[in-house]
Ligand binder design. Sequence first.
Ligand code: BEZ
Length: 211
Amino acid sequence: MAIRLGDEAPDFTAETTEGTINFHEWLGDGWGVLFSHPADYTPVCTTELGTVAKLKADFGKRNVKVIGVSVDPMEDHRGWINDINETQNTTMNFPLIADPDRKVAVAYDMIHPNADDKMTVRSVFVIGPDKKVKLTLTYPASTGRNFDELLRVIDSLQLTANFSVATPANWNDGDDCIISPAVSDEDAKTKFPKGFNAVKPYLRITPQPNR
Ligand code: BEZ
């Protein structure tokens, strides 16, 4: 079944390149990103995993753990990691789930048979500290993902979670934010001490609260 925003992220126990993990326990009380790659020893996936390894500190400072998954077996993961390290000039530093029985892929609806009936698509799930799904993305095998965009979205999700703001089109960290329609003008005056500009009653702009 498809996973929708607000659903609880399915829990699982799986073998990874960093040992057996129980997903919810592994997440702890921080944020998580679970992302699938279609197959080991493939070019786009090689660049994606190298990119994520280089961004580990950026995910870490946002309190986000990252974990990859493919339906390939552990021995393939181990051999391929050597190639990723060599060709992407990095050291793999996050776990990859070996999912040859497709337990995780099926639980997260990562196999889209009309695209490919064996490999997963490129799925991304961002999971909040409450274990609820906050964001889903689905890319085809031929398009590598933009992980800077993923960090941008996580910044927006965390602002919403912590400060009751939304972020406008093309927002980037440091730009003005939008006060959630659920917050009254009266409450906004105390919640947003830097003030706000009510362009319309439903469009209230405030400086980014944590800047
Ligand atoms: C790739 O990672 O390059 C790839 C994987 C599966 C199908 C097509 C491309």
